[in-house]
Design a protein around this ligand. Structure first.
Ligand SMILES: [Zn+2]
Length: 243
């Protein structure tokens, strides 16, 4: 097979490989895209859980205040009874002072109860709006995931087609010099495209200068030449200005 024909086969192969690369990259990206979207809802769910815990804790603290007030009121009642059991003014005054102090404590606790109750209301509002936002986000994520999964299926079908196309090139590839083919496959693993034109006296892959003598040899197509700096396969594109 002539060098020109061999390069044609490599060119066809490269076109299919380019498409395979593109499709494989698309397919590779999809799971991460889905995961990223799903994690945003997971974060919201985690936040919801934290708010529910916070609400539970606040309710516990608020109800404790109520119990404390009840206990203080029982104490006050008892003290009020005690006042009738003492005879000295001094003792009477002492009990009254202690009743006043207890009443102050009741007031403080009532105030704290109200503050906690208000905080609970705020947290409950946050929970409600977060739940609504989560539901909306979940809907969007479901839509996104369905769309990406459909894209994945479509891309996999396209890839399948390209792989079949490559399979069909096998007959032509058998005609190509084995060493050229194996070099193509080897370079492909690290660099793409592998087959590059000489443009403005440089390699179309790495832009290293190609000596005039080498350009002539590439143009004559008597043999296959590789870029001395990046090892890519060089070809001469008709219409390129001559040296
Ligand atoms: Zn090069």
């Amino acid at each position: 097979m002539s060098v020109r024909k061999q390069l044609k086969v490599i060119e066809k192969l490269q076109q299919v490989d380019k498409e395979i690369n593109r499709l494989e990259k698309l397919i590779e990206k999809i799971p991460a895209q889905i995961e990223k979207e799903e994690s945003s809802v997971e974060r919201m769910e985690q936040q919801h859980k934290e708010l529910v815990d916070q609400r539970f804790d606040l309710i516990k603290r608020r109800d404790k205040k109520e119990l404390d007030v009840k206990a203080l009121e029982t104490k006050i009642e008892k003290k009020q009874g005690d006042r009738f059991k003492v005879s000295k003014q001094e003792e009477f005054d002492k009990i009254n002072a202690s009743i006043e102090s207890l009443k102050q404590q009741v007031e403080d606790n009532d105030m704290q109860y109200l503050v906690l109750d208000e905080e609970i209301g705020e947290v409950e509002q946050e929970i409600a709006s977060l739940m609504a936002a989560t539901q909306e986000a979940q809907g969007e994520v479901d839509e996104f995931v369905a769309e990406r999964k459909a894209q994945l299926k479509k891309t996999q079908a396209e890839l399948e087609k390209q792989l079949e196309k490559r399979e069909k090139l096998k007959d032509e590839m058998r005609e190509v010099d084995e060493q050229l083919l194996s070099r193509y496959e080897k370079i492909k693993l690290r660099k793409f495209p592998v087959l590059v034109p000489i443009m403005e006296h440089v390699c179309g892959g790495c832009y290293a200068r190609v000596p005039a003598q080498r350009i002539n040899e590439v143009r004559q197509m008597r043999s296959i030449f590789y870029c001395e700096s990046c090892s890519r396969i060089l070809y001469w594109k008709e219409g390129e200005s001559e040296t």
